[in-house]
Design a protein around this ligand. Structure first.
Ligand SMILES: [Zn+2]
Length: 199
């Protein structure tokens, strides 16, 4: 987990202290998630808190559990619903810039997907869904988790990617592939526009 946090910063998927990641216990009762405001390239044992996967018994939470909940990433509701609706073990969320930019442009045009033009993107994704919802909201949690029941990754419009996978290695690779496809799509459209532009 720590290794892929550092890789995500080194490769430009994450800037500042944006982004978060989690995994679920084998019995799926606990989620281990990065704390709010954590720098993904400085992760250590103190960067992660454990929370109940199921919050339906929230009224019975002890003060200890509540304090852990309050420290967790503000995207905890999204992570919770993904683990509830899918069998995946890890969730990886980054604010990768080309994915964010392309999602805004395509969403403004009324598109709910981006269609990769690069070879890897075509091979791994037929299309990549774009969903909406304010950060940390239940609406975002519902839209992201629903998309991840069908697709391996999703872009929250103007915000970043959410990927769920069996392990962090796979989640990191899928996140990188989405960003690569978004970058190539952006450059492709930019180049095409420039070629049509006559001085
Ligand atoms: Zn975010």
């Amino acid at each position: 987990m720590f290794k892929f946090g550092k890789k995500s910063v080194d490769s430009g998927l994450v800037y500042g202290n944006f982004g978060n990641m989690s995994f679920v216990s084998s019995d799926r009762s606990f989620i281990f998630i990065t704390k709010s405001g954590t720098f993904m390239d400085e992760l250590n044992d103190k960067s992660v808190v454990s929370v109940y996967a199921d919050e339906s018994n929230k009224s019975q939470f002890s003060s200890q559990v509540y304090s852990e909940e309050n420290l967790a990433s503000s995207e905890l509701p999204v992570h919770r619903l993904i683990y509830k609706k899918t069998d995946f073990n890890c969730v990886f969320h980054v604010h990768s810039p080309y994915s964010v930019a392309v999602s805004i442009i395509e969403y403004e045009k009324g598109n709910q997907f981006i269609t990769p033009v690069d070879s890897e993107g075509k091979m791994f994704f037929d299309k990549i869904p774009i969903v909406s919802g304010p950060p940390g909201s239940l609406k975002l949690a519902e839209n992201v988790s629903e998309a991840l029941t069908t697709y391996s990754g999703v872009i929250a419009e103007g915000h970043g990617t959410f990927v769920a996978a069996e392990n962090f290695s796979k989640a990191y690779v899928i996140s990188s592939l989405i960003e690569h496809s978004a970058k190539v799509l952006y450059l492709y459209n930019l180049y095409k526009t420039a070629q049509n532009f006559k001085l």
